[in-house]
Design a protein around this ligand. Structure first.
Ligand code: MEV
Length: 320
């Protein structure tokens, strides 16, 4: 067994926004995701005894971990097996700014920060590919059959073009994007949303296939719009993507309401982001000042939390 000199390790991970293409990406279509500056930090210390957790979701020994965190447990087990370390003698503290289950990729971010911390604690090298496969263990529990976009987007520091089993392409943004994100305050259920689309695909194949193909076209055009800095075209594509997500049955009244509010404030585009059925929506402003105006309106219209930022500086603001 390796001798371990390090006594504690601290690592972080950021969340993500799917700009266009969620759900269709599960069927092999492309999608575009960008880093979102909400973060999770994980501190792991060596401490004799069973593995202990400390977090806002659960505090206690790992063998009593709640069902919704089973994936994290499986991911830790596999990581320790790989690192040739016993499944004990650790205290894991999770400190997260990312609201859980809101389509912002909290589950993948927690798993990324844990795996990074474990490798750092045991002073072992971790490749991006290996990090991806360990985190996907947790993601499979959380989302059923995830496409992998959440994990890849959160490992990356840049906007990405993602397509299952294809090379990940980092994207250059031709002109800064001013993005507002509003939380409905209700847990989105990605697992159920993905299942619903699958059932709908089985019963209304032609209609759903048509939507998936249209989303793929939208994503292709969005890539050009992003590269060329054409924020007006990008905005229009966000609205079009939202219409297809409605057809897939993953939007809901509250998301639609917040999207309408953003449109009335002159947002260039708006749509749900992530799994849907609750969770978050995003809107595109013309400037940081315009993003702030939209953010304030969303906050006054019932959103439980709102953030806005520019992709240029990556600093997160909240409306006053
Ligand atoms: C969830 O953030 C994105 C979905 O497309 C599911 C997935 O890709 O695994 C809804």
């Amino acid at each position: 067994m390796r001798t371990v000199s390090t006594k504690s390790a601290i690592c972080e991970a950021h969340s993500k926004l799917i700009l266009v293409g969620e759900h269709a990406v599960v069927y092999g279509k492309p999608a575009i995701a960008i880093p979102f500056p909400l973060k999770v930090r994980v501190i792991i210390q060596k401490a004799v005894g069973p593995i202990m957790f400390e977090s806002s979701i659960y505090t206690g020994p790992i063998d009593k971990i709640p069902a919704k965190m089973e994936g994290i447990k499986a991911c830790i087990e596999e990581t320790l097996r790989y690192a040739n370390q016993p499944f004990e003698n650790l205290r894991i503290r999770i400190d997260s700014d990312i609201p859980l289950g809101r389509g912002l990729g909290s589950s993948a971010a927690i798993a990324i920060a844990i795996v990074r911390s474990l490798f750092s604690l045991f002073e072992q090298k971790l490749s991006k590919e290996h990090l991806f496969s360990l985190v996907q263990i947790a993601e499979t529990y959380a989302h059923g059959k995830p496409s992998g976009i959440d994990t890849v987007a959160e490992i990356s520091e840049h906007p990405i073009w993602f397509q299952k089993e294809k090379e990940i392409v980092p994207l250059t943004i031709g002109r800064p994007l001013y993005i507002v994100v509003a939380d409905t305050g209700r847990n989105g259920d990605t697992h159920t949303a993905v299942d619903n689309v699958r059932k709908r695909y089985a019963s209304e194949t032609a209609k759903v296939q048509n939507s998936l193909d249209e989303i793929a076209r939208i994503v292709e055009l969005a890539r050009e719009a992003i590269l060329n800095g054409d924020i007006y075209l990008l905005g229009d594509l966000l609205y079009r993507n939202q219409e297809e997500l409605k057809i897939l049955g993953v939007s809901d009244d509250e998301l639609n309401h917040l999207i309408d509010i953003a449109r009335n404030e002159g947002a260039l585009g708006a749509k749900l982001t992530g799994g849907g059925l609750g969770g978050c929506m995003l809107a595109l402003g013309k400037s940081l000042e315009h993003a702030e105006v939209i953010a304030k309106r969303l906050m006054d219209s019932g959103a439980s939390n709102v953030w806005y930022f520019s992709t240029e500086e990556n600093i997160l603001y909240s409306p006053k």
